[in-house]
Ligand binder design. Structure first.
Ligand code: ATP
Length: 304
């Protein structure tokens, strides 16, 4: 279990993390989402004791990481895929970490097998692809067979097989009762992997709920329609109390599709399209973080 309570971090005038509180529970994959610069990595680094909080606490299994005698058995972190000593082979890197933490050599072989990099164990990470570096980072995180895992963008640079492998690994680690915190910008991936989501924007926690609840809470029940006379139908629907918006047709909120059909028939307008979109994690996420992005792209037509 990871418990983050009123955690804040300022870099000069930048409030990178602002009074963040959330819990990463055992047996659950928690997706950690947020726009670029939202504060995900800073939060993870503070949990790992790599950055000192300006205020607040981050506890892993009830204590700050610095107070654990065997930290690798408590938490495994994969925060930076390129953080290996360039001169050492993959095995030598893992063996050094294992030796300094009282972990057996047998476990080094196990994690090399588990992460699929046994065949390149003698090679130096300097020549690794990003995907192979990700696997070595995960092997390092898994060395101590930890109760909690922090994975920052673990699918970055992985091919389709690798992405699926991470998904299954994260799910199986949670199924074994571990607490897994996983950040990613790939919404479809998080949707298939996480049970719970924590969303951060400009350092503040914007949502902390089960994935299904998060997605369904954003469903405004809007129905997208098109007809033989959109202008007239929009007026009829507005008169019946619906909110209508042009959307290459009409987006209608506040009336069910059956009532829209009836009103259209009464008005002598034929519906040519009726679409009740199912909301995805991406829709819910974009709706929530629309105002929170630090770096926003400018629509082409408004570029002068
Ligand atoms: N060492 C640092 N010194 C100064 N500012 C920093 C430092 N680390 C992070 N920041 C700032 O803190 C904010 C949060 O950054 P952080 O890297 O935690 O975001 P993130 O959510 O991980 O972003 P991304 O998704 O782009 O990786 C940003 O404004 C960033 O510029």
């Amino acid at each position: 279990m990871i418990e983050v309570a009123s955690l804040s971090k300022s870099y000069g005038s930048v409030r990178a993390v602002d009074d963040a509180s959330f819990t990463v529970r055992p047996g659950v994959v928690t997706g950690f989402l947020g726009p670029n610069g939202a504060g995900k990595s800073t939060t993870m680094r503070m949990i790992m004791g790599l950055d000192r909080p300006t205020s607040g606490t981050a506890l892993i299994c009830g204590r700050p990481i610095a107070e654990h005698r065997a930290p690798l058995a408590v938490v495994g972190a994969h925060l930076d895929p390129r953080s290996f000593t360039p001169g050492r082979s993959a095995r030598s890197h893992l063996s050094a970490v294992a030796a300094s933490n009282g972990i057996s050599r047998r476990r080094v072989d196990e994690v090399l097998e588990l992460t699929g990099i046994a065949s390149v164990a003698r090679k130096r990470p300097k020549g690794f692809s990003l995907g192979m570096s990700q696997r070595l980072g995960l092997a390092t995180a898994l060395l101590g067979d930890p109760a909690t895992l922090l994975l920052d963008e673990p699918v970055n640079g992985l091919d389709v097989d690798g992405v699926r492998w991470i998904r299954e690994l994260a799910r199986s680690l949670a199924a074994e009762g571990r607490a897994v915190l996983l950040s990613s910008h790939l919404m479809s991936e998080v949707e298939q992997t996480a049970d719970h989501v924590v969303v951060i924007g400009r350092g503040r926690i914007l949502a902390d709920k089960p994935l299904s609840e998060f997605v369904s809470a954003s469903d405004d029940g809007a129905v997208e329609i098109a007809s033989t006379d959109d202008a007239r139908l929009a007026q009829v629907l507005a008169n019946a109390g619906a909110s209508v918006a042009p959307l290459g047709g009409i987006a209608v909120s506040g009336l069910p599709a059956s009532r829209i059909g009836q009103l259209a028939a009464d008005a002598g307008v034929a519906l040519t399209r009726v679409h009740e979109p199912s909301r995805s994690l991406e829709d819910a996420y974009l709706a929530l973080t629309r105002d929170e992005v630090q770096y926003q792209s400018t629509p082409k037509e408004s570029v002068k």
